[in-house]
Structure formats: C-alpha cells, structure tokens
Design a protein around this ligand. Structure first.
Ligand SMILES: NC(=O)c1ccc[n+]([C@@H]2O[C@H](COP(=O)([O-])OP(=O)(O)OC[C@H]3O[C@@H](n4cnc5c(N)ncnc54)[C@H](O)[C@@H]3O)[C@@H](O)[C@H]2O)c1
Ligand SMILES: OC[C@H](O)C(O)[C@@H](O)CO
Length: 363
C-alpha cells in the first residue's frame, strides 16, 4: 500500500521548548518524518499539562531524569493522522487518535510479558532526553495511537493519558465489585482513580485531600464520601475516615494518588487487615513508612507506573461508554501561544486540567 498524505507541508511544527528551569520558548522545529513503515504522522490537536511537565518547568529534573538540553514539553495529547506508513493497517489519514507517549523496546522480557511500562529502554515523551508532544507534528508507531470513537472528542482524547494512569493503578489494586476504596489525593489522577474504581464496582469510594474545593469537585464527579485531611496523626486521620465512611474494619483498598508522606502513612492505617495498598503518587524518594502496621495487617502493597497492555484501550472504552466523564475535568482550553500561562495556572492549582490547543488549532 502506498503512503497516503494530506496537506502535511502546510502544518506548522511550532513547539513549546523548556530550555532550563523557568525558561521556555516557542521554536519552529524540523518536522518529524515517518522513519518506519509502521509509523504514522499525527497533527497534535490538544495537549493536557501533567504535574511532571510543571515539575520539569520549575525544577528541571524529576529524580534521575535531568533536563540537560532543551526539551519539548507535554505528553498528554490527542491528534489527527496526516500520514500513514506503508505497513499501517489500523489507521488512515483523518483518523482522530489518543497518543500513547511511551515507546518500549518490544524485545526485553518485560515487553514480551506485556509489562512494557517496565522496559528499561523506554522512550517516553517529555522525559529527558526525549522531546514531548507540545508540538505541531508527532511521529509514532501506529499501534500506540488509539482511534477515538465518533462520540469521543479530541479534547476528551487528551485526557486518555491520565485516565490510563488511573486504569493501571486500579488494575494493580484488583478491585472487586462491592469493595470499599479510599483514594488519597483529589488531583486529576486521584479523581480518575475514584471514577475507574467505581466503574470496577467499588460501592464506597472515599476521596481524601487537604483542599476542600478539590473534595467538593470529587463528590460531584464520582466519590461517595470526601474527607479533608487534618493536621493530626495519621492514625487519627485514618480513624476519622473510617467513621465518616462507616468502614469499621477499614477499607478493602487504599490508593495513594498524592505522593504526600502523611497521606501514605494514613493509607496504611486506614486499609483493613489483609487489604491492598497501591502507590500511584510520586513524591519524595524516601519517607517514614509504618512497616509494623503493614506487617501485622498482612497488607498487599503494590507500585503502579504509567500504563501497560490494554490500559489505553480500556481508558478509551470508559470514555466511550460514559462511565468516566473526563470532560468535567477540563477547566479550560488555551491557544498554543498561551502555553506558559496555562502552566502557571496548573502550578498555582487554579485549574484541574487545562488543554493547550495545537499550534495549528484555532481556539
Ligand atoms: N504512577 C504513575 O505512573 C504516575 C503518573 C502520573 C502522575 N503520577 C503521580 O500521581 C500523583 C497525582 O497526580 P496529579 O496529577 O493528580 O497531581 P496533583 O498534584 O494535581 O494531585 C495531588 C493531590 O494530592 C493532594 N494532597 C497533598 N497532600 C496531601 C495529603 N497529605 N493528603 C491528601 N491529599 C494530599 C493535593 O492537594 C492534590 O490535590 C502525583 O504525585 C504524580 O506525580 C504518577
Ligand atoms: O503519566 C506519565 C507520567 O507523568 C510520567 O511517567 C512522568 O511522571 C515521569 O516520566
């Protein structure tokens, strides 16, 4: 099959580049091309801002990932296919897709086992040294681009990435119908974890945060209960959560989507004997952790990192079927040239999700 193209030359590849902490510029970068017959070229329509983008913008590093050279930010994107490689079977020009932004080696044991998020050779957008998706054109393997159903918008498509993070966390938690779930943190990831937990059949979903307005939103979104964490001991906060949600023996599952030390400590005290705890939040590298409570309760503790086989497909399906209404998380949409202002709003906590329109998109 011959390579199809549309109007690619008319598309700008203006990109939002982080030069060093606090220093961002717009730059017309060379257009990517299809280098593998299985690749597609996508015009990026919308990109959400993740906490990690903000972290790189402010600090220039996350753990051992350090921005040493200028790097294009962004990895939560949806776009429109403008060119397909000759071997691509699943997509055609004009298809609207959610972009999965990490490309594993496909050959190591983790990749072969479907746990490709653990691949040591992962090439992940906007994780140094790799450029991100706040750009005009993006080249990607076609099987990491997920066609959006007709009833799912491109704006919703940009929310598939954080939703896939939540899907992976909830899968790690192995939630069963009728179970109780406490979610620490009511930022985008925590909110989406609560919604996915509910769609997995959890009947009590308690959101915990330190900000009342976030919890008000959580209640309107999908949580059955909300608790404002107090400046008391983790044991006292855990007891108050149990009383609030009528969970005398504790919650079946606790998910941390905050990364905050007090919240992680409270989690272990609020989970029931034999319950499950999943670490989704990324905070300090090391914290004080209540190992005795974990040991005596025989807690099953798991980590969760990005997403793996089937997670993007399920995220798209949850949106298609209306089980998770990601539209409600979109606080606003700004033009590409307003990207820095949007970053500022996310940093100050003024917005849940702001989408940045692609450089070729009219707002
Ligand atoms: N595991 C992964 O693959 C993965 C992927 C994306 C994001 N993350 C991480 O998930 C976390 C959530 O992401 P987000 O985008 O929602 O971030 P966010 O910063 O918007 O949300 C974190 C929330 O935690 C709340 N919080 C802070 N201290 C708290 C405490 N003591 N108790 C309860 N809540 C508290 C904050 O008020 C905020 O609402 C972050 O740590 C992020 O780095 C992990
Ligand atoms: O959603 C994916 C995450 O934001 C990334 O893994 C980032 O936190 C580290 O590269």
């Amino acid at each position: 099959m011959a390579t199809q193209t549309i109007n690619k030359d008319a598309i700008s590849n203006l990109s939002f580049v982080l030069n060093k902490p606090g220093d961002v510029t717009f730059e017309e970068r060379p257009k990517p091309t299809i280098s593998d017959p299985n690749d597609v070229l996508v015009a990026v329509n919308y990109t959400g801002i993740c906490g990690s983008d903000v972290h790189y913008w402010v600090h220039g590093a996350i753990g051992h990932f350090v921005v040493k050279d200028p790097m294009v930010l962004g990895h939560e994107s949806a776009g429109t296919v403008v060119e397909v490689g000759p071997a691509v079977k699943n997509l055609k020009v004009g298809d609207r897709v959610a972009l999965e932004p990490g490309y594993p080696c496909r050959r190591c044991n983790f990749c072969r086992a479907g746990k490709y998020n653990l691949c040591a050779d992962m090439v992940f957008a906007a994780t140094p040294p790799y450029h991100g998706t706040l750009t005009g054109l993006w080249a990607a393997p076609a099987d990491f681009c997920y066609k959006l159903p007709d009833n799912v918008s491109l704006q919703e498509g940009a929310l598939i990435e954080p939703l896939a993070v939540a899907v992976h966390i909830v899968k790690q938690a192995q939630i069963q119908p009728g179970q109780s779930v406490v979610v620490m943190g009511a930022g985008p990831v925590g909110l989406l974890c609560a919604a996915v937990a509910k769609s997995y059949g959890a009947t009590k979903v308690v959101s915990v945060d330190i900000v009342q307005s976030k919890l008000d939103f959580a209640k309107s979104f999908s949580s059955t209960h909300a608790y404002v964490s107090q400046r008391v001991s983790p044991e006292e906060n855990a007891q108050a959560i149990k009383e609030l949600a009528d969970l005398p023996i504790g919650a079946d599952v606790v998910i941390d989507a905050s990364g905050a030390e007090p919240s992680i400590q409270t989690s272990i005290h609020v989970v029931r004997m034999g319950g499950t705890y999943v670490q989704g939040g990324m905070g300090k590298n090391d914290i004080t952790f209540p190992i005795m409570a974990m040991c005596l309760k025989e807690v099953t503790a798991r980590g969760s990192f990005r997403y793996g086989a089937g997670d993007y497909e399920l995220a798209v399906e949850l949106v298609r079927t209306g089980r998770v209404d990601v539209k409600k998380l979109i606080t606003g949409i700004v033009s590409f040239k307003q990207a820095e202002e949007a970053f500022q709003k996310v940093k100050t906590g003024e917005a849940i999700k702001i989408l940045i329109a692609g450089p070729n998109e009219k707002v």
